[in-house]
Structure formats: C-alpha cells, structure tokens
Design a protein around this ligand. Structure first.
Ligand SMILES: [Zn+2]
Length: 115
C-alpha cells in the first residue's frame, strides 16, 4: 500500500519535529497532497492512525488537502488545471509545459501541545 509508506514518512518527520521542539502531544496535522501523488486521503489517514498508536502523535487527526494539477505552457503562456490526463496544453496542444502544482507532499500545519 502506497499510502502506508507515505504515512510512515510523514509520521517520522512529525516525530522528529516533536523531539526537537519538546512537543508533548500532536492534536492535528494538515497535509497538502498533490493529485499526481495519487493518494487516497482515507487510506492515508487510516495508515497514519495505525502508526500513531503509542506514539506522541496518538489521537492526532490527519486532514488531507488535495491540490489540483496545474501546469504552465511555455509555448503560449496559458495555464492548464483540473483533472488532466496528459501533460499537454489545452490551448495549443504543446507538451512543453512546466508543472506548477500536483506533486506536493508537505505538512501544511500542525496543532501541538508543549510541556
Ligand atoms: Zn499552450
């Protein structure tokens, strides 16, 4: 399960942050995940919940903000976004595009308690 390895990576990062910052509890974590990551938010939250058992993050709520795929066309300058199936500009058809959003996997915010 792809979501489990992502949840592990996120969970390890959070645990490190907690150690470094002396946080005693994590209440809520918001993640930004780009659509190209092809993550199922429910599976990700479930996997995260399993990992938090007995850890500083136990009981933390994980919310996932899904970000759309957006790319910029170098040929005509237009942006394409939404449920894109191919990396080609909808305006001119060029494949010379630059990805602006869609590959994110970052912690947007955290609610914590410190000792
Ligand atoms: Zn174009």
């Amino acid at each position: 399960m792809h979501e489990l390895s992502l949840a592990e990576a996120v969970h390890n990062t959070i645990k490190e942050l907690c150690q470094r910052s002396s946080w005693s509890r994590v209440r809520r974590v918001t993640l930004k995940v780009g659509r190209l990551r092809q993550v199922n938010p429910e599976l990700l939250s479930f996997a995260f919940g399993v990992l938090t058992k007995g850890a500083v993050t136990e009981g933390a709520e994980l919310s996932v903000m899904e970000l759309p795929v957006v790319f910029h066309c170098r040929a005509c300058g237009r942006e394409t976004s939404g449920d894109v199936t191919a990396f080609a500009c909808v305006n001119c058809g060029s494949a010379d595009v630059e990805l602006l959003s869609g590959m994110e996997l970052t912690i947007e915010s955290m609610e914590v308690e410190s000792q």
